[in-house]
Design a protein around this ligand. Structure first.
Ligand code: ADP
Ligand code: MG
Ligand code: MG
Ligand code: MG
Ligand code: MG
Length: 446
């Protein structure tokens, strides 16, 4: 046993843990669990736990389905809420190993991200990622099904008695902190029932794990109070959707932020601008991963603080990338504003990292920053500035992914193929559906 593995066994003993939830994520970003009794912990840590991969979305075909979960001992966390019957539980996030070859499984999103991280490490860099996930909390109906009735009538930063949600949010934050999160800010969002909780940036793998954990904690805590929390990007038409702005910077092994340059107008180094150039160049294909649902594209429309145009800016919150004002060198970063919280965090961070590194390797020049409100530009002006738009729907985003070799390489062949297949089908099903809107509009008219 390594020191970290022994530490896990010690904590299981000290905290009287009875069950372990072994957690991993499928290609579409759904968190999966295998529960084992704590007595199996040592075996799980040393030999791994075998499971049938064919039952997991996008994993493998039946005939090659032997998979092994290898828990990452650094991810041990006691689950702070518990159901009295099952006793104390803890979770461990796992890597998925192909049991036939003994190699990390190419279809495991965590493996995909680790590959991106290794590429950055070869160049001497560590990626730091700070996410700002937003979500809605809704009431349930008498049958226990989620509604879109918000549980409050609050507004942005509204902390008065109207914010019935602040107790729930406090409890979510408490649970997150119990699980090792350092939350930086939390507030009520623009829309009723909508919240944002920002947690401190960390290395790419830790943050991807954190995002997966965050979603479970939010949903489970809301559930305990009979509310439904959702990370669906645009649950209510004509109301701000839920995004997950993602802050990125590269540090050296010595912890120096290579994105920082105090002499630059935006505090950004040449290398940061190349990274930015890569992100903008690959933005259409990144969108397929960062905005992976039909519904994601109902958020990416003008007028609701979500980006539409492929451009960057210092302060302007209508651009795809914003450069937040940094008060000290460690805080120099770029903020990608398109991702939404339905994205698979491992894949989304992996493609952003590869795109940025591609920009650095090829020294892709970022275009000039935009200093005006792009929503107000007409087509002519956008053409003059050379500003392209993000894909308008899931179909266009998948088209962009099919044309982008850098992003495909980031995902690897297996994930690219499975992802495109699943998303083509999702988009086709959507196109075949007849919506309420169509019935309202046409049924009586024609
Ligand atoms: P906004 O103004 O867009 O709301 P916030 O201040 O809420 O931005 O978000 C800040 C996020 O950026 C936090 O998650 C924070 O930890 C993260 N962050 C700060 N410095 C860095 C950095 N150097 N690299 C990556 N993320 C960072
Ligand atoms: Mg914020
Ligand atoms: Mg926000
Ligand atoms: Mg760690
Ligand atoms: Mg932001």
């Amino acid at each position: 046993l390594t020191e970290a593995e022994q530490a896990v066994l010690d904590r299981i003993e000290q905290e009287n843990i009875q069950f372990l939830r072994l957690q991993f994520t499928d290609i579409l970003g759904t968190v999966k669990h295998v529960s084992i009794p704590a007595s199996q912990a040592e075996k799980a840590l040393t030999e791994g736990i075998y499971f049938d991969g064919s039952s997991i979305e996008g994993f493998v075909r039946i005939q090659e389905s032997d998979m092994r979960l290898e828990p990452d001992p650094d991810t041990f966390a006691v689950i702070p809420w518990r159901d009295e019957k099952s006793g104390e539980a803890a979770r461990l996030i796992c890597d998925v190993i192909d049991a036939t070859t003994g190699e990390p499984f190419v279809g495991d999103p965590r493996t995909v991200l680790k590959r991106a991280i290794a590429r950055a490490e070869d160049m001497g860099y560590t990626l730091n990622v700070g996410p700002e996930p937003e979500f809605f909390v809704f009431e349930k109906d008498e049958n226990g099904r989620a509604t879109t009735t918000t549980h409050d009538a609050g507004g942005y930063f509204d902390l008065g008695p109207k914010d019935l949600a602040s107790d729930l949010r406090r409890e979510i934050i408490f649970n997150l902190e119990e699980m090792g999160f350092e939350t930086e800010a939390s507030h009520h969002e623009v829309a009723a029932g909508q919240h944002e909780i920002d947690f401190k940036y960390d290395d790419a793998l830790t943050t991807a794990d954190n995002i997966a954990t965050f979603r479970s904690v939010v949903r489970a805590t809301a559930e305990l109070h009979d509310y439904h929390a959702t990370f669906m990007p645009k649950p209510i038409a004509k109301v701000n959707g839920s995004g997950m702005h993602t802050h990125l910077s590269l540090f050296t092994e010595d912890g120096e932020n290579i994105f920082h340059d105090g002499d630059d107008e935006f505090g950004l180094s040449e290398r940061a601008k190349h990274f930015l150039g890569g992100i903008l160049e690959h933005a259409p294909a990144i969108t397929a991963i960062a905005n992976p649902t039909v519904n994601s594209y109902k958020r990416l429309v003008p007028g609701y603080e979500a980006p539409v145009y492929i451009a960057w800016s210092g302060v302007n919150r209508t651009a795809l990338v914003r450069i937040p004002a940094a008060r000290h060198p460690a805080a120099s970063r770029i903020e990608l504003r398109s991702p939404d919280p339905a994205a698979n965090p491992y894949l989304a961070i992996a493609v952003m990292l590869h795109a940025g590194l591609d920009g650095m390797e090829k020294e892709i020049e970022a275009p000039d920053p935009v200093r005006e409100n792009i929503y107000k530009f007409d087509e002519e002006k956008r053409e003059e500035y050379g500003i392209e738009t993000l894909p308008e729907n899931l179909g266009q985003a998948v088209d962009a992914l099919e044309e982008d070799e850098v992003v495909q390489e980031a995902l690897g062949e297996h994930v690219t193929e499975k992802f495109i297949e699943a998303k083509r089908q999702e988009f086709q099903e959507y196109n075949l559906a007849v919506s309420e809107w169509e019935l309202d509009r046409y049924l009586e008219k024609f």
